[in-house]
Design a protein around this ligand. Sequence first.
Ligand code: ZN
Length: 158
Amino acid sequence: MVVIDINKKYPEIWEFLAEVPDPEIPIINLVELGVVRNVEKEGDKVIVTITPTYTGCPAKKLFEDLIREKLIEKGFEDVQIDTTLSPAWNTDWLSEATKAKMMADGISPPTDDNKVVTCPNCKSTNTKIISKFGSTPCQSFHSCNDCLEPFNYFKCHR
Ligand SMILES: [Zn+2]
């Protein structure tokens, strides 16, 4: 388990960032997703450090645009966004509450080895993959052998 000491000395900025929904799973925000790693200020400049859910994630540019837009809307004019890839994003950064929210939305949350995929409908782990790509490149499409529901799984790209 990778423990990250998140610096939350600017709680109001963290709250603004928590208003930014994940473009792929809008019920989850970027803070819950674990993408926002650090917030710093240098004078009037706000520096936000993010870790995309995987290297080369197509949503990375979108995360940056959404964060910048939100902070500008909140009155910060000078926003710098840095990316750090180390340590890599991992499922420990998702809280149980966040995973439960995904489940409730019909999306199976990621596990580190992508081996056990849980059906968000009946919680069965007796599931099979139908397609490597679901409604977005970060998800794959599965179906449940027990309740027969199709569902999306949020992949962990490790
Ligand atoms: Zn099921």
